[in-house]
Design a protein. Structure first.
Length: 58
């Protein structure tokens, strides 16, 4: 089956251009901050669970 890249690119760029006016710079900053906090918490929970499993195996 032949893929139609033009249709996919057109759809993706049209969606992006229709969403762009609705995005405020404050929302982008809030998203970045929440992503950083989420990554830090996820990392810390991973370390905690790794430590707990090591203790339980002993």
């Amino acid at each position: 089956m032949e893929s139609n890249n033009t249709l996919s690119i057109g759809t993706a760029s049209g969606t992006l251009l229709s969403v762009m006016p609705n995005i405020v710079s404050e929302d982008i900053l809030k998203t970045i901050i929440l992503a950083i906090i989420g990554a830090i918490i996820s990392f810390l929970i991973s370390l905690l669970l790794k430590g707990l499993t090591k203790i339980k195996k002993k």
